[in-house]
Design a protein around this ligand. Structure first.
Ligand SMILES: O=C(O)CCC(=O)C(=O)O
Length: 265
């Protein structure tokens, strides 16, 4: 992917998010999506989040959460230069991997209440220099629960967060003010497109009440010069990124597909 231009960098600074189209092409997306669908480890590791208060009616949503980089297609995408080079431009720093999620937001599964990712990770890091990167594996639309962001909300700093079901949610009164003061944006995305969003950007998504799945990756990265403040943090809380070029990502996709084909025979 070509490096970002000045206007895109300024846009990210002002809005706290940026969409870059077609980071992965249709063939790559089809191969990656097939791996997500057929890799037995995905189904085995998927857990259901209930992102609403106890006693409330709500739909669960499934995801796989991993914090280690290994030799598979997910880690290869995390390490892909196409994702990481623009990200380093946006953060103005080298980046480390923190965790990566595969969101299996199927038809009739749940959404997420408003939160900031730094609201989750304040205990670990001194600076809010974290960026999450969503890679669409399906079309993400208003109907199937695309991500919603509040434009410019990273400028309000970290809000108080508290528990609500499996989730941490941002102080609802501040969220209400943010929604009055700022614009809510539905981030509709085509498969293979990438959304970069700052750790303090308020974001949420509606349940998927359509008949179409909305699968996506969300990779979380932290600036290499951030300071870990979590007492007794494990040495491997963050992993330095050994970046992969396109040929290496293609090779990882091919290896993973072969592994799946062998294990299914
Ligand atoms: O996938 C979604 O709809 C939202 C996920 C999210 O907000 C998060 O991972 O922080």
């Amino acid at each position: 992917m070509p490096t970002l231009n000045e206007a895109q960098i300024r846009q990210f600074e002002a809005d706290g998010y940026l969409i870059v189209e077609d980071a992965f092409n249709a063939k790559e997306v089809a191969q990656i999506r097939r791996i997500v669908q057929e890799d037995p480890k995905m189904a085995a590791e998927a857990k259901t989040n209930h992102n609403y208060d106890e006693g409330e009616e709500g739909l669960g949503t499934r995801l796989v959460n991993r914090s280690r980089l290994i030799d598979d297609v997910f880690s290869a995408c995390v390490r892909s230069r196409r994702i990481v080079d623009p990200l380093e431009q946006l953060l103005g720093d080298e980046v480390c991997h923190y965790y990566h999620l595969t969101m299996l937001k199927n038809a009739n599964t749940g959404g997420w209440q408003w939160h900031q990712d730094y609201g989750y990770h304040y205990k670990e890091f001194f600076y809010p220099d974290l960026v999450s990167v969503m890679v669409a594996l399906d079309p993400a639309t208003r109907d199937n629960g695309c991500l919603r962001v509040v434009r410019g909300s990273h400028r309000v700093g970290r809000l108080e967060h508290w528990d609500s079901g499996s989730q941490l949610i941002a102080d609802p009164e501040r969220v209400e003010t943010a929604l009055r003061e700022m614009e809510e944006v539905h981030c509709e995305m085509t498969p293979g497109s990438v959304l970069y969003f700052h750790g303090n950007v308020l974001h949420a998504s509606h349940p998927n009440l359509s008949s179409q799945p909305r699968w996506a990756f969300i990779f979380a990265y932290v600036g290499a010069s951030n300071v870990i403040v979590l007492p007794d943090a494990p040495d491997d809380l963050l992993t330095r990124i050994d970046k992969l070029d396109d040929a290496e990502v293609a090779a990882a996709i091919a290896r993973h597909l072969e592994e799946i084909e062998v294990s299914s025979t």
